[in-house]
Design a protein around this ligand. Sequence first.
Ligand SMILES: O=C(O)C(=O)C[C@]1(C(=O)O)C=C[C@@H](O)C=C1
Length: 96
Amino acid sequence: MLLGLRQSIDNIDAALIYMLAERFRHTQAVGELKARHNMPPADPAREARQVARLRELAGAARLDPDFAEKFLAFIIKEVIRHHEAIARKSTGPGAV
Ligand SMILES: O=C(O)C(=O)C[C@]1(C(=O)O)C=C[C@@H](O)C=C1
């Protein structure tokens, strides 16, 4: 019983890792595009739309919308950190 539940949890955790890796691969490309076009790393208007959408989805999925919002904010904070690093690399010393 406990073992079976834990096996499912492990599978779901693995799926989350793969999904996050895919998400970060795409946001990395967004970061490079933004740096090339001198766009700011963060887009608060886009984030507001994402929060509204995910809160709605969370409600429908019976997941705490506050948790969904915090989870998204946690991920986006890391993405913005990556975007900033990419922008620094493309404008800093040694940039071509
Ligand atoms: O869509 C963008 O502009 C992104 O940079 C991606 C992303 C995200 O991780 O979803 C990250 C930062 C922005 O503030 C908004 C969204």
